[in-house]
Design a protein around this ligand. Sequence first.
Ligand SMILES: Cc1ncc(COP(=O)(O)O)c(C=O)c1O
Length: 395
Amino acid sequence: MNYHFSSRVPKSDVDPVGDILKIAGKPGIISFAGGLPAPELFPVTQIAQATAQVLQEKGRDALQYGSSQGIQELRNVIVDRVKLAGIHTDANHIMVATGSQQTLDLTGKNFLDKGDTVIVERPTYLCAVDVFKSYGAHFAGVNMDDAGMKMAELEQALIDNPSAKLIYTIPNFQNPTGRTMSLARRQKVAELAEKYDVMVLEDNPYGAVRFAGNSLPSIKSFDKSGHVIYMGTFSKILAPGMRLGWIVTETKLLSKYTMMKQSADLHTDNLSQYIVAKYVAMFDINRHIQSICKLYQKRERLMMNAIHKYFPSHVKCSQPEGGMFIWVEIPAIKDTQALFAECIKNNVAFVPGEPFYEDQGDPGNFRLNYSNMCDDQIETGIKRLGAVIKQMINC
Ligand SMILES: Cc1ncc(COP(=O)(O)O)c(C=O)c1O
């Protein structure tokens, strides 16, 4: 059968990241590849209690069709959560989305025509690149340092691409690098967005999972002109399987998101929304988040200590203050895929860096996840990885 696909559908059937995750998931492999939260911290009992309450009190509402904007009770919870990022808003400026992944997709729908430019961090979240590509976007990559996107490069990208539609950024504990954008740069991004009249999509899935340093206000909190769209999610602070994310933006734009969402899925799962609103009313979500931070801090420390012990001394690593990832840079490794293949033979896995770039990427970089691996496997896995790296670069 010869299918007549739309131009959105990739021509190739190759799914490099899917293949990596499949291989990394084989039994016996210590995998630092996936980007999964620690399942042992999912509050299963409390969610069961909240679910029982919802079904008893509001079963018919929860099982009925609902509003595209999301239920009021959950939007009220989100109003409180975004205050922590310095955003003072009300429930009318919030839409609940089916995970923040849907916000990426609806942003593509709302803003991108074939050939439009999206400015992205280099490297960035690979599923965002895939979404924007499906709407025909071209990319301008902006390099980062330990304080996030380099502002001179960002401004140059805006000058070089005067009709750029979006700047996409993950300012806290970025995926894949674990880096955090400095306060001064957050202010600057908001300023540049206004100056060049370009929208910023601020993606903050990890901000609440901070285990070191001080919280920083969001870019949105510096937005005086309505150029910043802020997105968040319950995936990393509660459970990704609930598929609950959110967007905060101005009324006129929010109504476009709601319209686009209506044609995508009518609304986000009502039952999940009621359950999470009830969970927050019955239990202390901030205490729960503290337990996540504590565990991730322990695992990050274990991984970093093992890296210092087993990797060659010149290897460069990001120093995350939260989130789930460490980014490793070893320029002496010219073929990250070959390193990956060798690691698989030694029963350890990571995600090679290339898919996180909007272009061909830089070799020798890769992402390590520490949130999802038991403490005792972290040292063993990093020891194996260190041995393969040393063997490949002869040191
Ligand atoms: C930067 C970033 N944005 C968005 C998402 C999607 O998250 P969700 O749809 O579960 O909210 C992820 C998932 O890992 C992510 O890392």
